[in-house]
Design a binder for this molecule. Structure first.
Ligand SMILES: Cc1cc2nc3c(=O)[nH]c(=O)nc-3n(C[C@H](O)[C@H](O)[C@H](O)COP(=O)(O)O)c2cc1C
Length: 164
């Protein structure tokens, strides 16, 4: 099978996640094409499954990720397995202020990946309910330790589920 991994990334963290996902897809014996929405490179119009990723910024997906999801060809992707993934800041710690906790709730519930998933659902596609979310340790990264391993584990389980 052939998987397509499409992502946007401003500081390179979501890019690293996308590359780890593709590496795992290949390690599991499938083909993987990776496309950066900031590169001037055509995105293949077809595939057997799709991962679409974006950083969470201001509790949202980026404009480029939104445009991609809005233009996804429903005839091609209807009924196919799709995963939304994003990078986000960590949950606030115990000592955080109420405002910090309220802000965090917003992006945890409505961050890039859940928004992309819901937008795809609204367009008649069938993304996985469980989105893949990786934590960055600061506003511009880097990724939290173990994040790429988590992405690979999710991807491995996802690929195995395709065979059933
Ligand atoms: C302007 C700006 C706004 C951000 N807003 C949020 C946010 O609402 N929630 C969140 O979890 N992270 C937020 N972040 C942190 C991003 O999640 C982080 O920059 C991103 O995961 C890095 O991914 P990238 O390297 O692929 O761009 C923000 C970062 C920037 C620079």
């Amino acid at each position: 099978m052939k998987g397509l991994v499409v992502f946007d990334s401003v500081h390179g963290n979501t890019k690293q996640v996308a590359e780890a996902i593709a590496e795992q897809i290949r390690a599991d014996g499938h083909g993987a094409e990776v496309r950066n929405l900031r590169a001037k490179q055509a995105v293949p119009s077809e595939g057997d499954f799709l991962f679409v990723g974006s950083p969470t910024r201001m509790s949202k997906m980026t404009g480029k990720a939104k445009k991609f999801v809005k233009k996804l060809d429903v005839e091609v992707w209807r009924g196919k397995p799709i995963v939304a993934f994003d990078t986000i800041l960590p949950m606030p710690t115990e000592g955080a202020s109420d405002k910090e906790k309220r802000d965090a709730e917003k992006y945890i519930v409505y961050g890039a990946a859940p928004r992309m998933r819901d937008l795809m659902k609204a367009r008649g596609l069938s993304p996985r309910e469980e989105v893949l979310r990786l934590t960055v340790t600061g506003m511009k990264g880097p990724l939290a330790s173990g994040a790429l391993e988590l992405a690979k584990k999710y991807t491995h389980d996802f690929v195995l589920s395709l065979k059933k």
